[in-house]
Write a protein that binds this ligand. Structure first.
Ligand code: ATP
Ligand code: MG
Length: 417
């Protein structure tokens, strides 16, 4: 029955996957705090306008990928990305009085695109935004944070930092004219999507994944050759700062971000390990965004990383704690064992119950969950006020009185982790 399958492009995170996601998000949460970012949690749906006006009416996301629905007479959209919602909240709450503002977010995003490995319709991002600083110091800080995050995840060896400058408005206008010149002559070879972009947003053609487009783009003029002096100085300063932090980005003059509101810095951390889904973390500067939404002119820079793509690269080396397993034999022992399990959990131990079945089956299950010890309480033991503690590594068994049990188990548990 198809209705018992998750919707195409969505997945259930079973405990092992969910744990990996949580490890990545917890690491992110700890790290961004060190850089002074506080968490912001905006709703997962907004008025459609919040996205259509900020991402640009011609962007892929707005034209093809949004989950939009009407509720009453309102058009609402499940958020496809995090920045627009943060910008909306920034204006809603008048946060320009508290600049610079540094926030982080995490959670599900929704885009209707063709599902593949590392490309889903509901996926998860973690991201940061730094608002109110127009100096390259902000760019350097968020990029360095991104590199630090990937380093802590142990994926640095598999990723490359690519950097480009989209320049200021003047530089982009000059480049745009040259690009349109180049592309217009080759218009017939472009994909339908790109022909449409030619008038509205030609820069985005540089980002096309279509083979034919890529060939045409390969010979196009380079944005970097059109940067005016202030734009070039901005990029140079950023590179100097990144070098001071030990980062040496690969300059990629063809790197553009898919969204309309970017200027100056654009960057991506890419990998060759995930096929076409090569970008694990991407971001850039969006000085025009807040004003375009109707707020006061406020510079900003940020990035977002796809948690699913990070999870594909990250090897979870955090070991699960080795539990103690309580094995009560008989009803009376069950009450005593149950109470003991509770005491041990309150003392911080990871305790599992050996619920039912023969003693050997319960011990087998305990081994399977990598338990360090089993506490076996039968009728005889109960009558004598003791339990049998079996060391599951060497099989030795010791009788321990109830009186000493909690203390002894806490010690044993700590030794075995
Ligand atoms: P792509 O070029 O792969 O479509 P994008 O430019 O659309 O990526 P962004 O909007 O910059 O991606 O989102 C930032 C990050 O979020 C991406 O680098 C990626 O890791 C992740 N991401 C984006 N779309 C998806 C998706 N559909 N499924 C899983 N992760 C995604
Ligand atoms: Mg995309």
């Amino acid at each position: 029955m198809s209705s018992l399958q998750p919707v195409r492009g969505t997945v259930d995170l079973l405990p092992e996957d969910a744990r990996k996601h949580r490890t990545i998000e917890a690491l992110f949460a700890r790290l961004v705090e060190r850089y002074g970012f506080g968490e912001i949690a905006t709703p997962i749906f907004e008025f459609t306008e919040v996205f259509s006006r900020t991402l640009g009416e011609t962007s892929d996301i707005v034209t093809k990928e949004m989950y939009t629905f009407t509720s009453g007479d309102e058009s609402l959209t499940l958020r496809p990305e995090g920045t627009a919602g943060v910008a909306r909240a920034f204006i809603t709450h008048g946060l320009h009085h508290a600049l610079p503002l540094k926030v982080s977010y995490r959670g599900p995003m929704f885009r209707h695109e063709r599902p593949q490995k590392g490309r889903l319709r509901q996926f998860h991002q973690v991201g940061v935004e730094l608002l109110g600083v127009d100096s390259p110091l902000a760019d350097a800080e968020v990029i360095t944070l991104a590199a630090h995050f990937l380093d802590e995840l142990g994926v640095t060896d598999t990723v490359t930092l690519e950097l480009n400058s989209l320049g200021d408005a003047e530089s982009r206008a000059a480049y745009r004219a040259a690009l349109v010149d180049h592309l217009a002559g080759r218009g017939n070879g472009l994909s339908d999507d790109s022909r449409r972009r030619l008038a509205g947003n030609p820069l985005r053609i540089l980002d096309s994944k279509d083979e034919g487009d890529r060939a045409i783009v390969a010979t196009a003029p380079l944005l970097t050759d059109f940067l005016n002096a202030p734009s070039r100085a901005f990029l140079d300063r950023l590179c100097t700062l990144l070098a001071a932090a030990g980062l040496s980005p690969v300059l990629n003059p063809r790197l553009v971000r898919g969204l309309d509101y970017y200027c100056h810095t654009a960057f991506e951390f890419t990998t060759t390990a995930l096929g076409a889904q090569g970008t694990v973390l991407a971001g850039g500067r969006y000085d025009g965004l807040i004003q375009q939404m109707g707020g006061p002119a406020t510079p900003g820079i940020g990035w977002a990383a796809g948690v699913e793509r990070l999870a594909l690269l990250h090897e979870d080396r955090t070991a699960l704690p080795r539990p103690v397993v309580l094995v009560p034999l008989g009803e009376a022992a069950e009450s005593a064992g149950f109470a003991l399990a509770q005491d041990l959990r309150k003392a911080g131990l990871h305790v599992e119950m050996g619920y039912a079945g023969t003693l050997s089956r319960r011990l087998k299950r305990a081994h399977k969950m990598n338990a360090c010890a089993a506490v076996i309480v039968g009728e005889n033991e109960l009558a004598q006020g003791k339990a049998v503690v079996r060391d599951l590594d060497d099989g030795t068994q010791t009788d321990i009185s109830f009186f000493d049990l909690a203390g002894q188990m806490i010690r044993l548990y700590r030794d075995k982790q």
